[in-house]
Every structure is written in structure tokens, then in C-alpha cells.
Design a protein around this ligand. Structure first.
Ligand SMILES: Cc1ncc(COP(=O)(O)O)c(C=O)c1O
Length: 392
């Protein structure tokens, strides 16, 4: 069902393959291993070296890609971001591809801003590069969130197996698949894209059982729940849920814009989330807003962007099916209360200025540059306390 949803070429001769995992992280480990093994086999057959594999990604990848790279000894070649552009630039990615690149990983729904990367352009450019070099570099799409969003509300968007170089796709069942935590999926375009030598066959449970997962035993509850949701809600039900999430995201976005205190960093097309930053050079930081919102029961993470946009801090609210319009309105009201309170309180940043880390300028007329220095110092202070691996 999921292979069909991702437009895998399912004919008599072609059969997509897939496996259920604990989440997208495990799915990505498996997909990465398949790319690595395929690349090694090809290099061995050509009599070439095969000890320096690399993956090309944007610097905005989720931490599981860094885990894969470190655990399975693959160099991660990251395309840096820039202010106002928070996803992988496909032109730069293709430029970075070399003969040791096992795949380019594109994200359908960046964790940080929800933006969909341009997989179609990546595919077009890589097809040309492959024609010129003969490297046959494939694409993996990390559709952890977007895999259960795009097929329903952006069916025209070409990001999946309709593109010839997309060989595998992962998706989290426990994100927009609408299942409780502990389920992810990876689908390969055809059985040739998953090297047979990675699949173990065991028969001690009474029949031939092929297995390609990191853990052997696993509960079946999430798989049953995913199956139930797919057949219970169907295409129409998922479409309604995703449309509703999108509408609630727009309500929240509008409410945040109306405060006139924030810039919206997320896009309308993408994962239904709102990522936003304080406008201009505010005396307060996004981290303070995040901390103060906790008092109202909201957990709205604040985090800095990866290289080379680390000077940008954003707050992020992800809209799922249980986040209603009423909740969106209540959140905006609570944000306004926090802003009001911050406006009447002395800035934590300026209070911090008198303290240990940030140099003593207390009692003096505060200059704008000095303030900015302190804001950057404060952000670093909070960032060091709260590792951004918490963003998921
Ligand atoms: C783009 C992306 N990839 C991978 C993951 C990891 O997913 P999981 O938590 O299902 O392992 C996430 C989680 O937030 C994500 O946003």
C-alpha cells in the first residue's frame, strides 16, 4: 500500500520491497546500508577503490543521518545553508557529488522548517551528471513527515518513485502516518535496489522468514495500527486529516503574523508547521519566549539553525491531527500574554549582561552593538544547555 502511495512502478516484472522499522531513523540506517553495499559491489566489479564512501545532504538533515554516517563509516558531505534559504540547494548538491557518493539524500519536510526540498530539480540535474560521468548516483528521499502528507494534499508534486533516480524512501508511521510511537517504513523501488546479501533468511519459526532490520523481534501492535488507519481512513480520510492540519497551520500562522512581532520562516507548502523568529533586533530572545510559554503548558522549542545560518533562531509549532483551531487560537493568545509580560519585564538578556559570561556593562548606556553581542552570547549559552538533538 505504501509503495503504491509513493508511485512505485508495480508491474509484473517490477516489485517494490519494503520493511517495517522502529521509525525513520532505523529505516534510514537500512536504506543507507543498501546504498553503501550497492556502491561497494559496483566499485569492486570495476576494480576500483571502495573505502571512502560519502553521502551528500543539506546541513539541515535530522541527526539520524549523522548517526548513520558515524556508525557505518560514511563521510557526510553537507551543503551549508544561508540566511533565508534553509534547505539543500540541489545545484550545489549535484556539484558536490563525486565517484564515491553512494547517494544524495533529499528531505521531504525539513525537520527545522517543514520545507520540502526540490527533489524534481535534484533528479533532473543528477540524471545529466550521471549521463556525463557514468556514476549512476541514486537519490534517497527522507520523507519522515512528508511521505504521509504530500500524496494526499500535493498529489501533483513529483518527489517519489515517479522520478527515475529515487531508489528508496522512508516515512515515519508515527508522524503523519497517524500511529502511536514506534513505527517507520522504508520502501525500495525494486528488489534490485536492495542487495540480496543484506537479507537474512531464517526458518526456525516454521517457514522461510526473510529479515533485514537492525533488531530481530519487534511488537506487531504498531503494524496492525498502521494497517487499521490506512484501511479505516483510506485515501479520503487521510486527505481530510492533512487538509485540516494545513488549515489549522494557516490559522496559527495568521495569528502569529498579526502580533507583528515575528517573521514567519516556514512555507505554506510543506509539513503543516509554523516556524517563526522575532523581528529585528529584539531585546528578548526566542529562548525566553519558549521558556515562558511552558508556564502555560506549551512546549514550543526554540533552536538555532545549522551552518551557515546558525545566527538565526526559530520557534516551531508542529500541527498534528489533534491540534485544533481552538488550540491554535489559545496558543496565539498565550504568545501575546508572554510578549506583554516580556515587554514590561527587564530583558533577561540585559540582566544577564551583568553576570559572569557576558562582560559587565551594567549601569552604562547600552549600545546597540553591545546588545547584539550579548544576544549572541545568550543564544550560545542557552544552546549549550539544550542540545538541538531534541528537535524531532
Ligand atoms: C526529516 C526527518 N528524518 C528522520 C527523522 C527521524 O525519525 P524517527 O523519529 O521516526 O526515527 C525525523 C524526525 O524528526 C525527521 O524529521
Amino acid at each position: 500500500m505504501i509503495a503504491r502511495l509513493f508511485n512505485a512502478p508495480l508491474g509484473d516484472t517490477e516489485t517494490a520491497m519494503g520493511v517495517g522499522t522502529v521509525g525513520s531513523s532505523e529505516a534510514i540506517m537500512l536504506a543507507g546500508l543498501a546504498f553503501k553495499r550497492n556502491w561497494q559491489n559496483k566499485r569492486k566489479a570495476e576494480g576500483k577503490t571502495y573505502d571512502k564512501p560519502n553521502i551528500v545532504t543539506g546541513a539541515n538533515v535530522q541527526v539520524c543521518w549523522e548517526k548513520f554516517a558515524r556508525y557505518f563509516e560514511v563521510e557526510l558531505k553537507e551543503i551549508k545553508l544561508s540566511e533565508g534559504y534553509y534547505v539543500m540547494d540541489p545545484d550545489k548538491a549535484v556539484e558536490m557529488v563525486d565517484e564515491n557518493t553512494i547517494c544524495v539524500a533529499a528531505i521531504l519536510g525539513s525537520t527545522l522548517t517543514g520545507e520540502f526540498e526540490d527533489v524534481k530539480r535534484l533528479d533532473d540535474l543528477l540524471v545529466k551528471k550521471n549521463d556525463a560521468t557514468g556514476w549512476n548516483t541514486p537519490i534517497h528521499v527522507d520523507a519522515a513527515s512528508g511521505g504521509f502528507i504530500a500524496p494526499f494534499i500535493y498529489p501533483e508534486l513529483e518527489w517519489d518513485f515517479r522520478l527515475p533516480l529515487v531508489k528508496s524512501i522512508n516515512v515515519s508511521g508515527h508522524k503523519y502516518g497517524l500511529v502511536y510511537a514506534g513505527i517507520g517504513w522504508v520502501v525500495w523501488r525494486t528488489q534490485h535496489d536492495l542487495p540480496d546479501e543484506l537479507i537474512f533468511h531464517i526458518n526456525y519459526l516454521g517457514a522461510d522468514q526473510p529479515t533485514f532490520t537492525l533488531n530481530f523481534s519487534k511488537g506487531s501492535t504498531q503494524i496492525i495500527a498502521q494497517y487499521y488507519q490506512l484501511i479505516r481512513l483510506g485515501f479520503e480520510g487521510y486527505t481530510n486529516v492533512m487538509e485540516n492540519c494545513r488549515e489549522n497551520m494557516l490559522v496559527l500562522k495568521e495569528g502569529i503574523e498579526k502580533t507583528e512581532r515575528f517573521n514567519i520562516v516556514s512555507k505554506d507548502v510543506g509539513v503543516p508547521l509554523v516556524a517563526f523568529s522575532l523581528k529585528g533586533q529584539s531585546f528578548h530572545s526566542e529562548f525566553e519566549i519558549s521558556e515562558m510559554l511552558r508556564r502555560f503548558g506549551w512546549i514550543v522549542p526554540a533552536y538555532t539553525m545549522p551552518a551557515d545560518a546558525q545566527h538565526i533562531t526559530v520557534l516551531r509549532v508542529v500541527i498534528r491531527e489533534d491540534f485544533s483551531r481552538t488550540l491554535a487560537e489559545r496558543l496565539v493568545a498565550d504568545i501575546l500574554k508572554v510578549l506583554h509580560e516580556l515587554d514590561t519585564l527587564p530583558s533577561k538578556i540585559s540582566r544577564k549582561m551583568g553576570a559572569e559570561d557576558f562582560g559587565n556593562v551594567k549601569g552604562k548606556k547600552v549600545k546597540r552593538e553591545k546588545l547584539m553581542e550579548v544576544i549572541v552570547g545568550w543564544r550560545k549559552f542557552v544552546k549549550d544547555r539544550k542540545k538541538m538533538n531534541g528537535v524531532c
